[in-house]
Design a protein around this ligand. Sequence first.
Ligand SMILES: [Zn+2]
Length: 415
Amino acid sequence: MELGKYSFGVGDRFSHEGEAQLKAIMKAAEKGVDISPVWNKSNREHNIVHSEPEGTRIEADTAVSVLGWNKPYFVDADHINLSNVDRFIDHADFFTLDVAMYIGNKSSSEEVAAFKRSCAGFGNEVTIPGISDPIKITSELLEEAAEKYLAAVKEAGKIYRHIEKAKGTGNFITEISMDEVEAPQTPVDMFFILKMISEEGIPAQTIAPKFTGRFNKGVDYKGDVKQFGKEFEQDVLVIDYSVKYFGLPSDLKLSVHSGSDKFRIYPVMADIIKRYDKGLHVKTAGTTWLEEVIGLAISGVEGLVVAKDIYVKALERKQELCEPYADVIEIDETKLPPAGEIEDWTGEKFANTLRHITDHPDYNPNFRQLIHVGYKVAAEMGSNFTTLLEKYSDVIGACVEENIYERHLKRLFDL
Ligand SMILES: [Zn+2]
């Protein structure tokens, strides 16, 4: 199964925006850039929203059939592991094996020895074309790599084989993710991780490392963009090498789990994939949900009341809502407008505060992050929320489409 050179993960918490999301992808296709849409939704999101993976499949299939999309598309069981993959098996054809929590676990001395033996062919150093410093191979370095990543990759092997047994070889896309950790993986780490993946026999087509810098939910990248660019470029070169020498699938590419909207690094990635003629997968998470709230706010009084209600409730339950996202959120509480203050806001004011246009005077990244993690509040509103999504689907859909096309795809794929 081929994912395609460019693919874009359109997370959709409430599964109502499939058509609007696909319209943005189709707009790119009209301009000559083929991007495979991937509807990604994690187990955590399903649990919080109380939805089932079947819903994501129905959303994707419906959007595709209504709009007559005749190119590849996928449904991603995002961030799954052995304990929860089964609910996704029948409905997904893209599996993101999340093995971050196994990083640093112990492997047996036999496994470590086998890994070291598999690296014997490297000799004393490996030079990756395009990277000036060679990797100096020492027994210590190999042990260190095994200590950090071997157990995680072995676990990915178990999950992969579990899915393979159920779905059959070649019938799904495999991604391996290690992004939800504190410490970034360097290009040298990536080199050994890919070697282990190849030894484990996993035909990974995308890999999502933890990059340098902070990927806070819903807001822009925070960190050294130059350093990010350097690592991203070296990762691309390491992947090239591993395809050539480790026998990994020729379409293996980087997957960037953006947590939504990392616009500062988009031009850097765009430049590198263009320069090397490489593919890319970018996952957005809650960017569409935020557009739903924006759309509601500008849809009229009824929608604005609900949008404000979501914020006020999220403010009251800030701690609880932020907890599952503690590592990927940074809210300055003093900059959150109190409930009393937003009471008089117009829909425009609310939307401008939330919409990710960083140079708009009303834009407030703290407000945006809180609403990003506040989808649980909307989920609890049940049909009071989803009925409005349907009632105002024109306004909301236009926001979703514009966001994905204008702010994401244009910046990423040189449109
Ligand atoms: Zn991720």
